[in-house]
Design a protein around this ligand. Structure first.
Ligand code: MLC
Ligand code: AMP
Length: 496
């Protein structure tokens, strides 16, 4: 049996699927090229049998063709992030046990040696296309499809494994709730190693036979130009992107401002998620575009859980109600349901919820309670709508929509020869949601600066995990047990 995504594409062969830097491609092109990629991956074999295939390809048609090719060959797709330095890539490749690595030629130098060290098969994107027709295996929906790496409170990022069935449930829930159709055209500006970009935008679009217009990277002016071109119906992004779009609009001439605002009227829905949408941004966006952003809440492990309505009243500061097929409840620390109006942890159940962290049964067991996934997010329900109150752990930071672990950053910073100890915190910031800040105790005589620390750290950590502000301290604020008190550390930065 072909995967539903593939059989649905066969009904849309003539329609445009992707517009990207490489050109315009139909569903027929996507089917043909992804079959060639699958054939190349399979070689003489008949089924990859859940082998992990890590791929580092910029956002665009080839990214999608490779993802589909991996799925059609029976493998698990492990997307790598184009802005990650070697140690982060190495972690994902080794933790997932990838046996095949695919790279766009821009990343050949970075990845060929890594593949050799690990004994992986190495393929360049442009070498994967051939006219060999190979019969493709039947793929059961229960088969694992995707591993997305996500930061937690402990250790390095963990691989969130979703099956084809999970993905189908996540996608159909959104397609139903937001009434996606083949007439939709969405602009894709998000990174393709996270669920927001992979599922909510790319896979939803391709599920319904819509057009996905892909930018290699977010750039505010380019997004406005695409909106101005007038043929988009949907836009989805993180709050930081809306902040940046507002800033670009404010810089425009009065005539251009008018044109940009006017152009937004042809879009039927604009969505914000991945981090809390500040009221100021919601209001400003409405002022300049007329759109009351639809805010929704989700997580890599569960897909999307809560959403304001497509039709009907959207409430500022709220993330609405459970999406189709998703069960949501709030519980206290003892696991008891909390009444409306009281704070509790969000727990989620449903066919979109992931089954496991890759090869981490203990970590997986810890996040499930009675079959419910424990999100670690606090919320309150008021008049039937959920309002997010924040994370249970101060060590999880959200910056520009990326989730990062303070402890992971601290561990790396402590390996710097000039740093004796440190504490990393997320400090509230209008543009980024939270900014990563590090309080550092330096070795005597050190002349470490933010600039030198940032360039050192960028070789070891994803750029969005690198502190943007540092403070040198004699000592870190600690409680009676000697544990660093993170809120006090954050206060140090608020005072600067
Ligand atoms: C970029 N930088 C960041 C950063 N993004 N620093 C901290 N936090 C971030 N999120 C760095 C750049 O590398 C650069 O560093 C400097 O900040 C300025 O860059 P910029 O050009 O102003 O920013 P830009 O590169 O445009 O990136 C901003 C952004 C990006 C908002 C487009 O952060 C982004 O794509 N975020 C989306 C992440 C996402 O998809 N999250 C969804 C997760 S899934 P320097 O040193 O070079 O100046 C999820 C579930 C759900 O959360 O519910 O959806
Ligand atoms: P990730 O682990 O990268 O998938 O990020 C998921 C986390 O993003 C959730 O656990 C929330 O903390 C946060 N999040 C997602 N959407 C929202 C939202 N609308 N408001 C507040 N936080 C959100």
């Amino acid at each position: 049996m072909a995967l539903p995504l593939i059989s649905r594409a066969k009904e849309n062969r003539e329609r445009t699927a992707i517009r990207a830097a490489e050109g315009e491609f139909t569903y027929g092109d996507l089917l043909r090229i992804s079959a060639q990629i699958a054939a190349c991956l399979l070689g003489d074999g008949g089924d990859l049998q859940e082998q992990r295939v890590a791929f580092l390809v910029p956002s665009g048609f080839h990214y999608v063709a490779i993802q589909w090719g991996i799925w059609r060959a029976g493998g698990i797709a492990v997307p790598l992030c184009t802005s990650h330095p070697k140690p982060e890539l190495n972690h994902v490749i080794s933790d997932s046990g990838a046996s095949i690595i695919i790279a766009h030629r821009h990343f050949e130098d970075l990845l060929r040696s890594l593949a050799q060290e690990r004994g992986c098969r190495f393929l360049l994107t442009n070498e994967m296309l051939s006219d060999n027709a190979t019969p493709l295996p039947d793929i059961n929906l229960e088969r694992r499809a995707l591993i997305i790496y996500t930061s937690g409170t402990t250790g390095k990022p963990k691989g969130v494994v979703t099956t084809h069935q999970n993905i189908q449930a996540q996608v159909t829930s959104l397609v139903t709730a937001w009434e996606w159709t083949s007439a939709d055209r969405i602009l894709h500006v998000l990174p393709l190693h996270h669920i927001h970009g992979i599922i909510n935008i790319l896979t939803c679009a391709l599920w319904v036979g819509a057009e996905c217009h892909m930018l290699p990277k977010f750039a505010a002016e380019e997004v406005w130009n695409r909106i101005l071109a007038g043929n988009l119906t949907l836009f989805m992004a993180v709050p930081t992107i809306y902040v940046k779009l507002i800033a670009a609009w404010e810089k425009a001439s009065p005539q251009r401002q008018k044109d940009l605002s006017q152009a937004c009227s042809s879009i039927r829905l604009m969505v914000s998620g991945s981090a809390a949408l500040p009221l100021k941004v919601l209001n400003k966006w409405q002022d300049i575009t007329g759109h009351f952003l639809l805010e929704r809440y989700g997580m890599t492990e569960i897909g999307m859980a809560l959403s304001n309505p497509l039709h009907g009243q959207r409430l500022a500061g709220y993330v609405g109600q459970p999406l189709p097929g998703v069960e949501v409840r709030l519980v206290d620390e003892q696991g008891n349901l909390v009444p409306e109006g009281s704070q509790g942890q969000i727990q989620v159940k449903g066919p979109g919820v992931f089954g496991e962290y890759w090869q981490k049964p203990e970590a997986t067991a810890k996040v499930f309670f009675d079959g419910w996934f424990c999100t670690g997010d606090q919320a309150v329900m008021e008049n039937g709508n959920y309002r997010i109150l924040g994370r249970l752990s101060v060590d999880i930071i959200k910056t520009g929509g990326y989730k990062v672990s303070a402890l992971e950053i601290e561990e790396i910073l402590r390996t710097h020869p000039d740093i004796k100890d440190c504490a990393v915190v997320g400090v509230a910031d209008e543009e980024w949601g939270q900014q990563i800040c590090g309080a550092l105790i330096l070795q005597a005589g050190s002349s470490l600066t933010l600039k030198t620390l940032r360039s050192w750290a960028k070789e070891r950590l994803a750029v969005y995990k690198v502190p943007r502000k540092i403070l040198m301290v004699e000592d870190l604020p600690r409680n009676a047990m000697g544990k660093v008190t993170k809120p006090k550390v954050a206060e140090l930065f608020s005072q600067t």
